[in-house]
Design a protein around this ligand. Structure first.
Ligand code: ZN
Ligand code: ZN
Length: 257
């Protein structure tokens, strides 16, 4: 009996060692790496993440002071019907996105799980696409973090992921100093959608982060032009919209109406 107990203990320890080697993130905080017991983040890192669960714009999903359509969406309705996101893009939420972008692919499991909770708030999509990268960009980064999230979300939701339905054919040109319209015009030229893959379908775009929304909007416009019935979007994080982010000229426009 004593011998069997020893064998079992050895087995358990061995199994634990193997799990540690295979997936060390199971036992450590995803952000700072300290050992934790349960959950995916330690107490301090968890406190540094602002979950996007309060007031948000019902269209772009970015956190707002009150739950109402934000000024940017009022000023110009996006080409996607609705977007949702899990965290505010600052503190721990920004660190998680940065880790995913810079080789720490293991954070994608948890991010994908969190994103599925948000996707449940949207009408069910027929297919998933990821914001594409050019071959050069994928080579530099080793993987497309949005495609990684998209394939995991597809497995969790049973919504098919179409990795070849959208392509990015040229690098994003220098966007500094350009207006939002010019940025989008620039990006629109980069994206191509396969008509046969998206026609008549409700498509869910997956990306890691939404800041100005120019990328998501350009891709949504491209997918719609190619015949998609509707487009939704989900990102792990998105910026918070404060009053200072009112689009230029919006107040003047209001006085003219
Ligand atoms: Zn931590
Ligand atoms: Zn909005």
């Amino acid at each position: 009996m004593k011998f069997m107990k020893k064998v079992n203990t050895f087995r358990q320890n061995f199994a634990e060692k193997v799990r540690h080697t295979v997936s060390p993130e199971d036992y450590t905080c995803l952000i700072c790496g300290i050992e934790i017991f349960g959950g995916r983040l330690c107490k301090d890192c968890s406190a540094s993440v602002t979950f996007n669960d309060g007031a948000a714009c019902p269209v772009c999903g970015r956190r707002t002071p009150r739950t109402e359509v934000c000024l940017e969406c009022k000023y110009r309705r996006p080409d996607y019907a609705r977007a949702v996101s899990c965290f505010v893009y600052r503190g721990g939420g920004a660190v998680l996105v940065s880790l995913l972008k810079h080789g720490k692919a293991f954070v994608s499991d948890w991010l994908a799980e969190m994103m599925c909770e948000k996707i449940a708030l949207l009408p069910r999509a027929d297919a998933i696409v990821a914001v594409p990268m050019t071959r050069k960009e994928v080579k530099r980064r080793e993987y497309n973090q949005s495609a990684l999230l998209a394939s995991k979300i597809s497995r969790l939701t049973d919504i098919p992921f179409l990795p070849d339905a959208v392509r990015k054919e040229s690098d994003t040109p220098e966007q500094k100093g350009l207006s939002r319209t010019d940025r989008e015009a620039n990006l629109k030229k980069c994206f191509k959608a396969q008509k046969s893959a998206v026609r008549g379908k409700a498509i869910l775009i997956v990306d890691d982060v939404m800041t100005t929304g120019a990328t998501l909007n350009s891709l949504a416009a491209c997918i719609k032009r190619s015949g998609a019935r509707e487009v939704y979007a989900v990102t792990a994080a998105s910026v918070e919209l404060t009053k200072s982010r009112e689009p230029r000229g919006y107040k003047r426009l209001l006085t003219l109406i």
